[in-house]
Design a protein around this ligand. Structure first.
Ligand code: MAN
Length: 351
């Protein structure tokens, strides 16, 4: 059950696929979800993941959209009878390996004065590129550092999923800085300010074999070179709702009690929930508290049904008038919002 102190916006879902213009006439928008969020000059700015798919070319075939070698859209004509299609997100081999994604994602800006009614840009502000992001860019998290906007995101290609960082001055266009962490790694969230003279980032390696998909933390002198990696928070040390894996959600929020972290936890049935923890203000490698119960679970119809039902996935949050305002993806289909008084969240963490 979600925290009773949490309020979902009555306007949810705030942005749905039908409201988003496809980036090409050959594509259909399947989902607009997992949004990064910033509050800038009285405006709420979201950077949403937009996932698009192409119509099959015939029976038993799939058209897989990718970024081609020239940087433009390319549709791969695939014999889908050779693959396991039980997960709508991917085409799996008989050994359970992801061979293709069923959709291609980019990032799109949406803006609002009241945080509820959004105008969605017609064009992407960040797209995949040949090489390390030919299968798209996913799940951005945004911070404003020294007046510049930064996105950390998953760059996906046939060579794996890595963590890349891009920056932008205006917000309608981001330029890639580089691949911060090579595959397999995702769910990266930058801290919004330096701590102890360094930049910090949460990330989620995906070990194969030994180890678990846990949240790790790293620091950098320049946002390019990352080191001093250490494991921070493991799902297997938590409760059932997060036992399978955890990943950073929104960039940490500075509070008087420490860094407040919203993260996602996944259970053995692939249900995604939102958890909350508190990190030390001066040393973010230390966990001060962690709630045994999830802050938000998929309970409403728009969270339980969609492209991938049963997933609530936070990528952006900020403080506003004593409340934590959180934006999250629901069922890999829509953008939703919720808020909770900061005092109530801290009380749940024993502060
Ligand atoms: C992945 C994530 C998200 C997505 C969830 C649920 O692990 O990268 O993109 O929302 O799965 O499908």
């Amino acid at each position: 059950m979600s925290f009773p102190e949490l309020t979902r916006f009555p306007e949810n879902p705030l942005i749905v696929p039908e409201r988003v213009r496809p980036s090409s006439p050959l594509l259909r928008v399947e989902g607009v979800f997992n949004p990064a969020a910033l509050r800038i000059d009285g405006e709420t700015v979201l950077y949403c993941r937009v996932a698009e798919s192409a119509s099959p070319t015939g029976p038993g075939r799939s058209a897989v959209p990718i970024i081609g070698a020239s940087g433009g859209l390319e549709l791969l004509d695939i014999d889908s009878s050779k693959y396991d299609l039980s997960d709508p997100r991917v085409l799996l081999s008989s050994e359970g390996r992801t061979m293709y994604l069923s959709s291609l994602s980019h990032v799109r800006q949406a803006r609002s004065r009241d945080g509820r009614r959004f105008e969605v840009d017609d064009k992407p502000c960040l797209s995949g590129r040949p090489g390390d992001a030919e299968w798209g860019v996913e799940d951005p998290r945004a911070v404003m550092i020294e007046g510049k906007r930064y996105l950390s995101y998953s760059a996906v290609s046939r060579n794996g999923v890595g963590v890349a960082i891009a920056s932008g001055d205006s917000g309608s266009r981001f330029e890639r800085i580089g691949m911060a962490l090579p595959p397999t790694n995702k769910d990266a969230a930058l801290f919004p300010e330096k701590v102890g003279g360094l930049y910090w980032m949460l990330h989620r390696p995906c070990p194969d074999g030994i180890g678990h998909p846990d949240i790790w933390i790293a620091s950098s002198p320049d946002l390019v070179h990352w080191g001093a990696h250490s494991r921070l928070l493991g799902g297997d040390e938590g409760q059932n709702w997060e036992a399978r894996k955890v990943g950073a959600g929104a960039p940490p929020i500075r509070t008087d009690a420490g860094w407040l972290l919203l993260y996602h936890g996944v259970d053995s049935h692939e249900r995604y929930s939102v958890g909350v923890a508190l990190l030390d203000a001066e040393d973010p490698t230390k966990i001060l508290a962690r709630s045994p119960e999830p802050l938000l679970e998929a309970e409403t119809d728009y969270e339980r049904r969609g492209f991938f039902g049963g997933a609530v996935f936070p990528c952006g949050a900020f403080l506003e008038g004593g409340d934590i305002v959180m934006y999250y993806g629901a069922a890999d289909r829509s953008v939703c919002g919720a808020s909770i008084p900061l005092a109530a969240a801290l009380e749940r963490l024993g502060r």
